[in-house]
Ligand binder design. Structure first.
Ligand code: PFF
Length: 466
């Protein structure tokens, strides 16, 4: 019980809150997932849809979840029930999301670790070899080993309950990562490469593909796919529709300006994602052409070593720093995911932190092994309802981002928009007399636009329109 009490400590100030929430939000979603989706969906249109959704949709849901948390002061498993006694089931659905995400997040964390290790062992050249990534993931022992090391790091941090300790490093490393991403993004604009068949491509041409929407050949199904990808990415990146922000809100002090904090988290998170896209997409275009843009989850791992190699010797050092910081960003996010899984178990079953961490991290690791084996022993090519083909990792990713999260978000919109009414949230936001500038937009979003869009996309993602 004491343990439960001591967990509901509050952030001492709004900066502490923003940093912690941003630490959870900024992770592989921004640096690994956003660029590969933007590239797969052809750049400009995805970017446009993403930004529009972030300013309307993402903001409405993020602020709702943080407000639900702060109002109820409870973890997601019980918070929704407190808003309305029939809607407690949202907490259970929300709980399923981090449970599905965590195993594969650790697998990708392992990939980042492998690249970091490679650069630290002064083997930058090896990382640039064409078959490096594939031979790594198709080797079951290697991928499980690196995933295990990453998972153990997360386990130790959550087991000891020292995740607050990593905040200290986060204050230095996260801004450093941001600076580095800006630097590489600018550099990326100036690279040039000539193919074996004499075609020269430049970074600026790649940036144009990334920024300028190209509506040629856009079909309705393709447009829906892009919207679905952008929405799933938005949820994933902002850590919404999974209870995490409800938990963070419950730790937030009552006098913090909620809408300002939400704006900052959103700007930071979206800014890093956009820059990561600018860092990776022009480079992919330069080295691998338009075809290379369809690479999927391997995109960052294949393209970044090329950028570093083009820089010569200093590139190897830059690569070292880059993968180290990405590893750190991945760790702060994955720790927040495991923390969410563990703290709900502590709340629900009154388990001790140690017992809860051991059991949950153990189960999750077994699932991570299955995900790793999806690239070798259990390899198959699964066609997903949106038409793309993937392995076990993509299946997990699809289940959480394209099915479960929209479902949680839809239920949240109905609960807030129609059952409890938006006033529940707007009152919480303005309770110290703060101004809520986007109030009208918020109400329209949560009541009408978001639920309708979510329903359409949800039906699309389970294959109703295909
Ligand atoms: N938002 C994180 C990212 O963009 O990498 C990922 C994440 C964090 C997902 C926390 C889920 C979560 F509970």
């Amino acid at each position: 019980m004491d343990e439960n009490k001591s967990q509901r400590n509050t952030f001492s100030n709004s900066l502490g809150f923003i940093l912690a929430a941003a630490g959870s939000a900024v992770g592989l979603g921004n640096i690994w997932r956003f660029p590969y989706l933007a590239a797969k969906d052809g750049g400009g249109i995805f970017l446009l849809v993403y930004i529009i959704l972030a300013l309307t949709f993402g903001f409405a849901l993020l602020i709702s979840e943080i407000a639900i948390g702060r109002k109820t002061k409870e973890s997601p498993l019980t918070a929704y029930k407190k808003i309305n006694k029939h809607w407690g089931f949202i907490g259970l659905f929300a709980y399923a999301v981090p449970f599905i995400i965590y195993p594969y997040y650790c697998v990708i964390g392992g990939w980042v670790l492998k690249y970091a290790a490679c650069y630290f062992a002064f083997q930058a050249d090896a990382a640039t070899e064409p078959g490096f990534f594939t031979s790594f993931i198709t080797n079951p022992y290697q991928s499980i080993l690196y995933c295990a090391i990453f998972a153990i790091l997360c386990f130790v941090i959550v087991y000891k309950g020292v995740e607050k300790g990593i905040e200290k490093y986060s204050k230095v490393l996260m801004p450093a990562l941001a600076v580095m991403v800006v630097f590489i993004a600018i550099y990326s604009l100036f690279i040039k490469h000539t193919d074996a068949d004499g075609v020269t491509r430049t970074g600026l041409q790649g940036a144009a593909i990334y920024f300028i929407p190209n509506f040629k050949g856009l079909t309705f199904t393709k447009f829906l796919t892009i919207c679905l990808d952008a929405m799933g990415q938005l949820f994933y990146s902002l850590s919404i529709a999974m209870g995490i922000m409800v938990a963070y809100g419950s730790y937030m002090k009552d006098d913090v300006n909620l809408s300002k904090s939400v704006n900052r988290i959103e700007i930071f998170d979206t800014g890093i994602a956009l820059l990561a896209g600018l860092m990776i997409i022009p480079a992919v275009y330069v080295f691998n052409g338009v075809e290379g843009m369809k690479a999927g989850p391997s995109l960052m791992f294949v393209s970044m070593p090329n950028i570093f190699a083009s820089l010569g010797k200093p590139g190897a050092v830059l690569g070292m720093l880059f993968f180290f910081m990405v590893l750190f960003a991945a760790l702060t996010s994955s720790v927040s995911i495991l923390e969410a899984i563990v703290s709900s178990m502590i709340d629900k079953f009154k388990w001790s932190r140690k017992k809860a961490t051991m059991i949950m991290a153990g189960i999750e690791f077994l699932i991570s092994i299955i995900v790793c084996l999806g690239y070798n022993v259990f390899y198959f090519e699964l066609k997903l309802p949106n038409g793309s083909v993937g392995q076990i990792l993509d299946l997990f990713d699809y289940a959480s981002n394209n099915v479960m999260m929209p479902l949680v978000a839809l239920f949240t919109c109905i609960l807030i928009g129609w059952v409890a009414k938006p006033k529940t949230i707007t009152d919480e936001i303005c309770k110290n007399g703060e101004k809520f500038r986007r109030e009208l937009l918020y109400k329209i979003m949560i009541k009408f636009v978001a639920p309708v869009l979510l329903l359409i996309l949800l039906l699309f993602s389970v294959g109703v329109f295909s």
